[in-house]
Design a protein around this ligand. Sequence first.
Ligand code: S3P
Length: 164
Amino acid sequence: MESIILIGFMGAGKSSVGKALSTELNIQFLDTDHIIERETNLSIPQIFELYGEGHFRKLEADVLKKVISQDQVISTGGGIVELEMNRQFLAQHSHTIFLKTNLQTIFKRLETDQSRPLWNQSYVKRLELFNKRQMYYEEAANIVVQTDYLSIENTVNKILSQLK
Ligand code: S3P
């Protein structure tokens, strides 16, 4: 089986669903943010602060290309779809799954979060980012799963039922 790639906004549950899915399938779990942090020896906020978002997007695109062909579950950062190149790349991959979550759920989950540079900004900016990216996720994904009212286990089952 080719890799399963989870995309979606910050707080959509990509990591927790990805871990549970990989356990269910008995394959490896990878998280692009963790790979970048490990390879640079810096945290994501440090990379944003020291080198800017553009640099982070380049690192993210490189990691995506490296891991996509391997047999594993890959959780990506919410902004992986910012680059058109990545959206096209993901769209060509039949197991790209968009964990779709409404804004209210995201706000609840990230209420006290300060670790994400692009969430740590005004309400209007967050809203703009959320709205802009919905189209990007739809464009990049081949499977869409609405997760708001689903447990992690039910989300995993829904994904499994949609994988060919
Ligand atoms: C980002 C999402 C984060 C992380 C970085 C940028 C984004 O990942 O990659 O802070 O642009 O939405 P999560 O989606 O895992 O929070």
